[in-house]
Design a protein around this ligand. Structure first.
Ligand code: 7TS
Length: 407
């Protein structure tokens, strides 16, 4: 039995006291975005109330304070994912921008006609479309490693698809539609054996699993703050320093330059070369506060607690005859995607909402996954550190009610 301090954690999230109609909020849409603890909210108000100015620009006191906060958060991110240097931490809008940055900067420099980019069949659209665009622009070819009916990558097929033409492997660490945690160490080892760069889409993994980019030995790791209890509008691209040094800027303007004349421009060093313009200062500070908050709880404790929640929910879901779980990988994070006989997922979402329960219904920006499982959409309950077994009971009772009324 875990000693996870769930009641105390729930107290830290003010929004959990909201009611939806007459019902207490049961927020189970954490894979889309999760709620923010008071510590994150306070860090942002404190900045705006006492320490706000633009960063890297002024010698005045407030600018120095804001810059310290901003760069302090970069140090926290570096430690959180165990990067070797803050030069490897690029602040971006989110996972989507991070992947687009790699496609446009690394991709256009290193990938040419006939080269191959290898992804899997369980990717989010943001790890498909940027590569399709790059392929169109360069004449490269997008290869897709298949999955099985449990929603697991078929590793032998993945290995088979690695060729001398492969220039980049870009794989989701944990699937948002299925919950599958990919065997990223084996994936990276297979790519490294052929000297191929690897990008991991960590949007879903980062709030659930302790991530160590040095131990993983990935070249790039992308994630979004808003799924990590931090504000929306901020995310991180980690890249190995040598690779980032060799890449051209992705956007240009202020802050990313060292010297500008009308004849030529000298770019700034890392990480600023990739951070053109005034950044999302308060959101970066909020990300730093979220990392402090999670670090105090401990990522391993979080992973253990959420595994318990997922086991509990899965067992209950399996007891409902009309419910089919989509995604039953052996290694899985806290996501339960499902369909019900005769009830469309959108109706499940709307009807659960009338009971105060927030789940996502749709294709989860992973249409190829829906096609593979031959469903138009799924309903998805995704869990976070503040969810309880009692809330899972509320969800399961809600589902039973739906089946009784509409099934
Ligand atoms: N990759 C994965 C695996 C994701 O789950 C998401 C967002 C993204 C990339 C894109 O992240 P963004 O922060 O740049 O938008 N996933 C979801 C979801 O499952 N429901 O809403 C957004």
């Amino acid at each position: 039995m875990t000693t996870f301090p769930i009641e105390k954690i729930r107290e830290d999230f003010p929004i959990l006291k909201e009611k939806i109609g007459n019902n207490p909020l049961v927020y189970l849409d954490n894979a889309a975005t999760c709620q923010k603890p008071q510590a994150v909210i306070d860090s942002i108000s404190h900045l705006y109330m006492h320490e706000y100015a633009n960063v890297h620009r002024g010698v005045h006191t407030l600018s120095v304070k804001a810059t310290d906060r901003y760069e302090g958060a970069r140090e926290k991110v570096k430690n959180f994912i165990n990067a070797t240097s803050t030069k490897e931490i690029i602040f971006v809008k989110g996972t989507t921008e991070a992947i687009n940055l790699i496609a446009q900067s690394f991709g256009k420099t290193n990938i040419k006609a006939g080269d191959e980019i290898l992804i899997t069949a369980m990717e989010h659209h943001s790890n498909i479309v940027p590569w399709q665009i790059l392929c169109k622009e360069t004449g490269a070819v997008l290869k897709v490693a298949p999955i099985n009916l449990q929603g697991e990558l078929i590793f032998a097929e993945f290995e088979h698809l690695i060729s001398d033409k492969t220039k980049l492997v870009s794989v989701v660490h944990m699937s948002n539609a299925l919950g599958t945690i990919n065997p990223v160490k084996a994936i990276i080892a297979a790519a490294k054996a052929k000297n191929i760069a690897v990008l991991l889409d960590g949007a879903q993994a980062i709030p659930h699993i302790s991530v160590d980019v040095q131990a993983l030995d990935c070249d790039f790791y992308a994630f979004s703050g808003h799924k990590l209890y931090a504000p929306s509008g901020i995310g991180v691209l980690y890249g190995k320093q040598a690779l980032l040094e060799a890449m051209p800027p992705y956007q240009s303007g202020g802050d990313m330059i060292r010297k500008v004349t009308f004849e030529a421009t000298e770019y700034n060093g890392l990480p600023y070369k990739f951070e053109a313009g005034t950044p999302s200062i308060a959101d970066v500070v909020g990300l730093g506060a979220a990392i402090d908050y999670l670090t105090a709880i401990g990522m391993d404790n979080i992973a253990a607690y959420e595994a318990e929640l997922l086991d509990y929910a899965t067992e209950k879901a399996k007891g409902i005859a009309a419910l089919k779980i989509i995604g039953e990988a052996k290694d899985k994070g806290a996501i339960l995607s499902f369909v019900l006989d005769k009830i469309h997922p959108h109706d499940i979402g709307t009807m659960l909402d009338s009971l105060g329960i927030a789940v996502r219904a749709g294709h989860h920006c992973a249409m190829p996954v829906m096609d593979f499982f031959e469903v138009p959409a799924t309903a998805r309950a995704s869990f976070a550190i503040y969810n309880s077994k009692q809330e899972i009971d509320v969800l399961m009772n809600g589902i039973e009610q739906l089946i009784e009324v509409f099934g």
